[in-house]
Design a binder for this molecule. Structure first.
Ligand code: SF4
Length: 543
């Protein structure tokens, strides 16, 4: 018998012959959601796991929802976790939501007009529980408002004028203007359409940029519970088949992986794969429960923002139990590492009871490692304190801080971007004020055409200020880990703003493809005799 977070005694009644299992009630978790104190696999003939059509073998069902009796200490019946059905907030529902949150009313026209260009969708959880509707000043400055509600300020003056003119003169046919503006917003950044797609007509949802990692875009995952206003995958959501990566059948992808033994990691991305029902997700994951299936694929990752937009996906959604069972089997039976690549921008997103319960469940029941990543966006998280608080809160919850990204050159980039030198300062200030466990976060990193380029710092090189840069990833693996320089420029926001130092060159072609790695002249020199107490002449103090 244990006491849960509501003060209820919990009788764990999952006993199997020769073994008695004890369970822990999680703070903030639904009262019936119990977690084994030790990692266990039990057969539970009396209460079959809810599978929603997902194959779960009888002999090894990880049993995380035993028949438990909760006894309220206060004599009041325990409150069952509320089952909330996800219902997206679309433009057509805005009037209704403005009645609930009146500060929306003055914004409706702006949202509706800008949503002609930028896809709009919000989740009830984010609107009700993350936006601070009582904040002082303009509600548009609330980071979560800014995260999902578009505004005309996201457009350039030229595009703003063109759209307003089209709407004023021919409101029923703004299609051509909308298409022109969207086209000018670089819907496929970093050469993903031309450079990352395998030359196979059947592989419409596969990107293969780096040797060891394949990205898969399942057709049913090309949406999210809400849309970020800065989304770099916004082209996936605007209903234009030409702009979209998507593939419904899994076999072609499996065939591609079988032919590429260099691939160790598959990243399921979108949109948000966690938007898919578990039965659909199982089409892609179930085969990996067999350790002999594509054994060179060791790591499966799912990129998701559901922890911030709809954490109920992992707790009270009707197929959440089946999802946990599936994830666990991929790890325990398939022997794969399963990583949740969680898009988390601020501490608040991992602070609600619902988010904490979802995180615990993914870790304890799903057997997943959660890694966090997010771009640094003006008005949302462009503050060192925000990042330090976020990383500390994540580490406390067992989440591994992974990446701080730079805003990509797509969509409303100019509305959100932060100059590279400022991004580096924010990263360094945040890292400096945290413990070593938070310093697994890398950045600021640009996911650009040649690869992932980290801005390591600013340093004086040959008498001039310079950015110190490094490839964290590259189309040519020979560049990974190599440092190079560019002229310091306070206005630079992206890799193509960078200019080489005098007499030097940048490591990519004008198209953004990596050049051959130069031979290092000093490598040819005979090794200098080692001096016992030699000190470096120049200390590189990277900021
Ligand atoms: S969660 Fe990711 S894919 Fe979905 S809208 Fe946000 S940035 Fe785009």
């Amino acid at each position: 018998m244990v006491r849960n977070s509501c003060g209820h005694l919990v009788l764990a009644a999952a006993c199997v012959p020769s073994t008695i299992y004890a369970f822990l009630a999680l703070p903030g978790a639904p009262s019936h959601r119990l977690v084994p104190l030790a990692s266990t696999t039990v057969k539970r003939p009396d209460a079959p796991a809810q599978t929603n059509g997902v194959k779960v073998p009888n002999a090894a069902i990880p049993d995380f929802a035993p028949a438990a009796i909760t006894v309220p200490l206060d004599g009041i019946n325990p409150v069952e976790p509320a089952f909330e059905r996800y219902k997206a907030i679309s433009v057509s529902a805005l009037d209704e939501w403005a009645e609930k949150h009146p500060r929306l009313k003055e914004k409706l026209q702006d949202i509706r007009m800008s949503a002609l260009i930028f896809p709009f969708k919000a989740s009830p959880y984010l609107v009700d529980e993350l936006i601070d509707w009582s904040c002082e000043g303009d509600i548009a400055d609330d980071p979560f408002y800014r995260l999902v509600f578009p505004t005309m300020a996201m457009l350039s003056a030229e595009h703003d004028a063109a759209l307003r003119l089209a709407v004023a003169t021919n409101p029923l046919d703004t299609k051509a203007t909308v298409a022109d503006i969207r086209d000018a917003l670089n819907p496929h950044p970093a050469g993903q359409k031309e450079l990352n797609t395998p030359k196979d007509a059947g592989l419409t949802g596969v990107q293969h940029k780096y040797a060891e990692t394949v990205l898969f875009f399942a057709a049913a995952a090309q949406t999210c519970h809400a849309y970020c206003t800065y989304c770099f995958r916004w082209a996936q959501f605007i209903g234009d088949a030409d702009l979209r990566f998507a593939q419904s059948e899994a076999e072609t992808m499996f065939g591609y992986l079988a032919a590429h033994e260099e691939v160790s990691d598959v990243l399921f991305t979108g949109g948000d794969p966690m938007f898919m029902k578990t039965t659909m997700l199982a089409k892609y994951l179930e085969p990996f429960c067999d350790p002999t299936f594509l054994p060179h694929v060791k790591d499966l990752r799912i990129g998701t923002r559901a922890l911030s937009f709809w954490p109920q996906r992992f707790t009270t959604d009707s197929d959440a139990d089946a999802l946990m069972a599936l994830l666990r089997r991929v790890r325990d039976e398939g022997g794969r590492h399963f990583a949740i690549m969680a898009h988390i921008s601020t501490q608040r997103e991992v602070s609600t009871d619902k988010a904490v319960a979802a995180i615990r469940r993914l870790q304890d029941e799903g057997g997943c490692v959660i890694r966090s990543q997010a771009p640094l966006m003006r008005g949302i998280n462009d503050d060192a304190q925000v990042w330090a608080d976020k990383w500390r809160a994540e580490v406390k919850l067992g989440i591994v801080p992974y990446y701080l990204f730079v805003a990509r050159d797509t969509g409303a980039r100019h509305f959100f971007d932060v100059p590279l030198h400022e991004a580096q300062q924010i990263y360094a200030d945040a890292i400096r004020s945290t413990s070593g466990l938070c310093r697994t976060a890398r950045g600021p990193s640009m996911s650009c055409t040649p690869g992932k380029v980290e801005v390591m710092g600013v340093q004086t090189v040959a008498g001039v200020p310079a950015f110190v840069l490094r490839f964290l990833q590259c189309r040519d693996a020979n560049w990974i880990g190599r440092v190079f320089f560019a002229k310091y420029d306070e206005t630079a926001v992206w890799f193509d703003d960078l200019v080489p130092l005098d007499g030097e060159e940048l490591p990519w072609t004008p198209e953004g493809l990596p050049k051959a790695v130069p031979t290092m002249p000093w490598k040819a020199l005979p090794a200098a005799p080692v001096q016992a107490a030699a000190q470096p002449k120049v200390a590189l103090a990277l900021e």
